[in-house]
Design a protein around this ligand. Structure first.
Ligand code: FE
Ligand code: FE
Ligand code: ZN
Length: 276
């Protein structure tokens, strides 16, 4: 069994997202901690948190996977962008403590010409400044497609970041199927081989969540264009094999496919049908 859901808008608060995902038939969800342009985030009330927690418990939801702003870049060559990224990360993590025990996923960053080694150092530096011993959130590094100067396109790069972070028991990895495929990992023909590499390099115990997307491009394209389940180069059969692999048992799966509400409701039903 896995938990399945999609991204929701946080505009109407936490409880509203819980109700909406129950209506969608899912058992987890994601939301952007601030609007995608990186603006100010909405304040959370204790009542709203409690109401959501009641839904999560009653409906037996899995872990939730908050998503950082795309503009947050801990390894930009521009020091202002880096400082702003650290500020966003610190404020987001502080806010996540109001809803303890969930996941917070972010794109490690784009080195914007500095090279991946510098990128890795700067990302780790940001995490070392932002993580704190009492925190109850697990911070997830997302596997990236490798478009532009993205850091995190290989398991080795993710591991190099994790190794440089002092409180790395607070870190995990979110496996984005489209990104990993686009980065050159063949999860269609060799899923076991890919997971074996993940285990040897990072360790499967660090695998905490999945972004469940088909891809508009071929393996290794380094493009990052998501497709609806079964309509891309990964294909439905491989998506199904992936979801049912024992390595992902009990993890939250978040759809980031190009869909409207009805499309997500359909895909959630499809994924659930595999486990019936
Ligand atoms: Fe992402
Ligand atoms: Fe993703
Ligand atoms: Zn993507």
């Amino acid at each position: 069994m896995i938990y399945i859901g999609c991204h929701l808008s946080v505009t109407n608060g936490y409880e509203a997202m819980g109700h909406q995902m129950v209506d969608f038939g899912g058992s987890t969800f994601a939301w952007f901690t601030r609007n995608p342009r990186g603006g100010k985030s909405k304040d959370v009330t204790p009542e709203d948190v409690k109401a959501l927690q009641n839904i999560l418990e009653e409906k037996k939801f899995g872990k939730l996977v908050a998503h950082a702003s795309y503009t947050m870049n801990l390894c930009s060559a521009n020091p202002d962008t880096r400082a702003n990224g650290l500020d966003m990360l610190q404020k987001d993590l502080e806010k996540m403590e109001a809803l303890p025990g969930q996941y917070y996923n972010f794109h490690p960053g784009s080195h914007t010409g500095q090279g991946p080694e510098v990128g890795i150092e700067q990302i780790a530096d940001g995490l070392n400044k932002a993580l704190f011993p009492e925190m109850q959130t697990t911070v997830l590094l997302e596997t990236m497609a490798g478009k532009g100067s993205e850091v995190g396109r290989s398991f080795e790069e993710l591991k190099a970041i994790i190794d440089r972070v002092e409180l790395n028991d607070k870190l995990g990895v979110c496996f984005d199927t489209c990104h990993t495929w686009d980065a050159g990992y063949d999860i269609v023909k060799d899923l076991d081989g890919v997971l074996d590499r993940f285990d040897k390099i990072i360790g499967l115990d660090k695998l905490k969540a999945v972004h469940f997307n088909d891809s508009k491009n071929q393996c290794g394209a380094a493009k990052d264009r998501h497709e609806k389940l079964g309509q891309g180069f990964i294909g439905m059969e491989a998506m199904k094999r992936f979801a049912m692999h024992p390595a992902f048992e009990g993890l939250p799966f978040i759809l980031e496919t190009p869909n409207d509400d009805d499309g997500y409701i359909q895909e959630i039903a499809t994924v659930k049908s595999w486990f019936e």
